[in-house]
Design a protein around this ligand. Structure first.
Ligand code: NDP
Length: 278
């Protein structure tokens, strides 16, 4: 490790698919910042030990992915308001050994939808499928983008209902109708449908009536070289446009990079480079 080189990593399980090391290397090159960034597959019951070891050995910052975001929140000595609202952390920063947790997923999604894809969120009827850690991180930023309604549909309905109660005050302030519906009771007419389930990781599809895709814009948080299975399904059932989550991944990484280094990297060129390599 060189003298001015700081140590970063991403923890997850599985982690082989992670593009975070490549993205952060490209950001570092672009901004002339010297970093070492690696990925680490962490045993399911060892997140706390591994994170502690990482920071004790001089780690400056850590990204955290599935399934450790809630544990990363608990691990933080202090957390940002957006991480507290989400109850999940994807970015840890060591400030002289004091660990600060933040959640950049929501910002990443909104920047990708709004700035990169130019999908209109204001007055839109939005459906989010899934109610896990990623959904917790995106609900508030979506509500703040002024949609007309936001529906959460999850395989385990109670988790969706729980998120509705957690975010009901934010929804009221945003004058947005927030509700949870079972997957077999969606009546369609959504402008934007966001797949925030981890079903794609297992090559599976959520149990939805595909007629809901007709005319909508569909976004899958998962990304791959070809359209994901979910997006392919949506396209075949009439989705008007679609995108995977690579842009969100790069944008949330850019926000982490900014938190760590105080510099905002250029993302468009990085999205293109990563897209060409997956
Ligand atoms: P979690 O494990 O916290 O939640 C998983 C969610 O998926 C739950 O709502 C679960 O439902 C649902 N689910 C799992 N399998 C199925 C299935 N077969 N059918 C229907 N629903 C299912 O994961 P996260 O929320 O952290 O992540 C979700 C996805 O988002 C992952 O693919 C992750 O890689 C991706 N992601 C992408 C990001 C990006 O930057 N592009 C950022 C963050 C996440 P139930 O509650 O019933 O178990």
């Amino acid at each position: 490790m060189k003298k001015d080189e700081k140590l970063f990593a991403v923890f997850g399980n599985p982690i082989e698919h992670s593009q975070s090391p490549n993205i952060h290397s490209l950001f570092a090159k672009q901004t002339n910042i010297s970093i070492l960034y690696h990925s680490q597959c962490v045993d399911f019951d060892r997140f706390f030990d591994c994170a502690k070891d990482f920071f004790l050995s001089g780690g400056a910052g850590l990204n955290v992915t599935v399934p450790f975001k809630t544990q990363a929140f608990e691990f933080s000595d202090e957390a940002s308001q957006r991480a507290i609202n989400a109850g999940a952390v994807n970015t840890l920063i060591s400030k002289k050994g004091h660990i600060f947790g933040d959640n950049t997923d929501g910002v990443g999604l909104i920047v990708d939808l709004d700035k990169n894809l130019k999908w209109k969120l204001k007055d839109a009827d939005i459906l989010v499928i899934g109610a896990g850690g990623a959904t917790r991180g995106i609900i508030e930023p979506l509500l703040c983008a002024d949609p007309s309604s936001l529906t959460i549909s999850n395989r385990t309905l109670s988790k969706g209902e729980n998120l509705v109660s957690v975010f009901s005050a934010v929804a009221k302030n945003a004058n947005c109708q927030l509700k949870a519906l079972p997957m077999n009771n969606l009546d369609g007419n959504f402008d934007i449908i966001i797949n925030a389930t981890s079903a794609s990781l297992e090559g599976r599809l959520p149990d939805l009536d595909p007629s809901i895709f007709d005319g909508s814009a569909c976004y899958d948080l998962m990304y791959s070289s070809a359209p994901t299975r979910f997006l392919d399904w949506a396209r075949k059932n009439g989705a008007a446009k679609y995108s995977d989550g690579l842009g969100m991944l790069v944008e949330q990484a850019a926000e982490s990079f900014y938190l760590w280094h105080g510099v905002r990297p250029e993302t468009e060129v990085v999205i293109q480079k990563i897209r060409a390599n997956i």
